[in-house]
Design a protein around this ligand. Structure first.
Ligand code: NI
Length: 191
């Protein structure tokens, strides 16, 4: 099932999401729907709050980014970087912050450079309830950091300078009031 994407301005995007119980058939089905929704809207990551559910779940598939990779090794990682993260906790972020132009399905047509650290250590659960600890660097790490922000109620806009945000104010208010055209279905002001 393809969900509509929750647009910027919706309170659910600002809320800290709740842990989920795994294993559960419901979560398995939800993750399948989240992937389907992400592919339908051509994203490389999608978090549960973006379909209106305030749960600590997000999915990623970085394969469309493999051509943007900084090295052949990173390109290889991105090609198979498809995963669901349940109840994730970023345990460590390290390295010198670097900039990359990010976008977000909830904020169509706005792309801005965001600074993030290049390396992360993350713990998460699989749909079977197993705990996994993994290190990611470069673009895979960035995709995770962006999605992880979503379950913390943070948008990439919150990481821009106040000046940048002020410059975007008009376009953002258009998005939140539904004056936006996206290639996928959107919903507005979702609590
Ligand atoms: Ni996003």
């Amino acid at each position: 099932m393809v969900y509509p994407i929750v647009a910027f301005g919706s309170p659910v995007l600002k809320r800290v999401a709740q842990d989920v119980e795994v294993p559960s058939d419901e979560t398995v089905q939800f993750i399948e729907d989240l992937f389907e929704t992400m592919y339908a809207s051509k994203g490389v990551g999608l978090a549960a709050p973006q379909v209106g559910l305030s749960s600590r779940i997000f999915v990623v598939d970085g394969s469309p980014f493999s051509e943007d990779a900084a090295s052949p090794e990173e390109a290889e990682v991105l090609k198979t970087f498809k995963r669901a993260f349940i109840n994730p906790v970023i345990l460590e972020e390290s390295g010198e912050a670097w900039g990359f132009e990010e976008g977000c399905l909830s904020i169509p047509d706005i792309h801005e450079t965001v600074q993030r650290k290049p390396s992360i250590l993350i713990e998460y659960q699989t749909p079977e309830g197993e705990f996994i600890e993994e290190t990611f660097t470069g673009l895979p790490a960035r995709i995770i950091q962006h999605e992880y922000d979503h379950i913390e109620g943070i948008l990439f806009l919150d990481r821009l300078t106040p000046l940048k945000r002020r410059m975007l104010r008009g376009r953002l208010s258009d998005i939140s009031s539904g004056k936006v055209s996206a290639s996928y279905r959107m919903v507005f002001n979702v609590k």
